[in-house]
Write a protein that binds this ligand. Structure first.
Ligand SMILES: [Zn+2]
Length: 407
């Protein structure tokens, strides 16, 4: 599909961005994350970047698409994503569309227009530059008028200057809580592997994307990821990223393994220096080996400095983590199989953030035939993701009805 679309629209892009190729010879800016959410009919796309770029956003179609053209950037996140049926966008792709033109292509399920787009500079809350694009559904007739007008104007508009007046009201002060999703393992570290070659790192990433879709449907939260592709991120960096971005909840996604192949079910783990049981302690050791498996140097870790104030904060964080873990388990009843004693704790390295409530979900056991089958069943995993989203609603004090009512 990509191969067919790109050549068709290539010439348009080449003209538009011809004037925007003034990239400096330094390293191109990195695109570090992308966020898409719909609220009150407006779908907002936010691209986080390490530096300013010139870009241009416009519509194409039918088939209905929204395009963001930009100069060379270092796109370190997934180049392809698809979104659930509840999103007005069906998929996203990123790739080169010419020697100096890079294109983000969003496929829409219905006609949409770029209602507004602007660039935000770093502020006291975030160090990244952001492109914000708001999309609004329009009728087919309105869309056709937009396209006719575009065709009439032979010379494309100049790309917006990157110091466009920031719309502080709506974006810089996005106070919606940030839910940070951490798909475990990745890259050189596959995590657990099933008898049929299913890898934990892939299963958890797929589930993380599904979970994001479910979380974003309410428009109440923002979502960020520790990784969106098959790369390894050191454990310490995972929660450091979450804290830096001001996350309010950290959810690490994993899938377990056990030599006893009958062992199955979902477990929600929180961090504690004293493990609930031997099995949990052993699991934490296995999960904590990730850095070593991926070849990360573990030297230079800060030694634990005791501090009464920090202990208080940590205790409060652990309490909140356990509350969330219990909500997850409660929402899972009737949705998926739970492990016997589904809320446990152990010394997981990735749950170490002292001030960020953190839970590690083991979705099930890859070593169990029924669990591993369910983990690749889209419908089943969507229901599990919905249950997690409902637990998030509960945790933040919202009535879970919004998610429970959906089919
Ligand atoms: Zn794992």
């Amino acid at each position: 599909m990509a191969g067919r679309l790109i050549p068709l629209i290539f010439c348009v892009a080449a003209i538009i961005v011809g004037g925007a190729g003034g990239a400096r010879s330094a390293d191109p800016p990195r695109v570090t994350s992308i966020r898409i959410g719909t609220q009150e009919g407006i779908t907002r796309l936010v691209l986080n970047l390490s530096g300013p770029i010139k870009y241009r956003a416009f519509e194409l179609g039918p088939p209905y698409r929204v395009v963001v053209d930009m100069p060379k950037v270092d796109w370190i996140i997934a180049r392809k994503m698809s979104f659930g049926a509840s999103s007005p966008l069906s998929s996203l792709r990123f790739g080169a569309s010419g020697p100096k033109v890079y294109r983000l292509l969003l496929e829409a399920r219905r006609p949409m227009r770029v209602q507004k787009s602007f660039f935000l500079s770093p502020n006291e809350r975030t160090r990244s530059w952001r492109i914000v694009i708001d999309l609004e559904p329009v009728s087919e007739d309105a869309f056709e008028r937009i396209m006719r007008r575009r065709r009439a104007v032979s010379a494309p508009q100049k790309p917006k200057p990157h110091k466009a007046p920031p719309d502080k009201k709506s974006s810089a002060k996005d106070s919606r809580p940030l839910v940070f999703i951490d798909p475990g393992h990745g890259g050189a570290d596959p995590g657990a592997i099933s008898k049929f070659g299913l890898k934990e790192k892939n299963i958890v990433l797929r589930f993380a994307r599904r979970l994001r879709t479910e979380i974003l449907t309410d428009g109440r939260y923002r979502v960020a990821f520790s990784r969106t592709s098959d790369v390894y991120v050191p454990l310490r960096r995972r929660y450091a990223m979450a804290r830096k971005q001001g996350a309010k909840l950290f959810i690490s996604i994993h899938a377990d393994s056990n030599p006893a192949v009958k062992t199955r079910g979902l477990t929600a783990y929180t961090r504690s220096n004293v493990a609930t049981d031997k099995g949990s302690a052993a699991l934490a050791r296995r999960e904590n080996r990730s850095d070593a498996v991926a070849g990360i140097d573990l030297s230079g870790h800060p030694s634990g400095v005791t501090n009464i104030l920090r202990d208080l904060v940590r205790r409060d964080t652990q309490r909140k983590s356990r509350i969330f873990a219990r909500y997850v388990v409660r929402e899972m009843k009737g949705v998926t199989r739970l492990a016997p004693r589904p809320v446990r704790s152990a010394q997981f390295a990735v749950l170490r953030a002292p001030d960020l409530p953190s839970v590690l979900l083991e979705l099930g056991f890859l070593t169990n035939r029924r669990d591993s089958r369910r983990m690749v069943n889209d419908r089943h995993m969507r229901r599990v993701a919905r249950a997690v989203a409902a637990a998030i609603n509960r945790y933040f004090g919202h009535r879970p009805a919004a998610s429970a009512g959906r089919k």
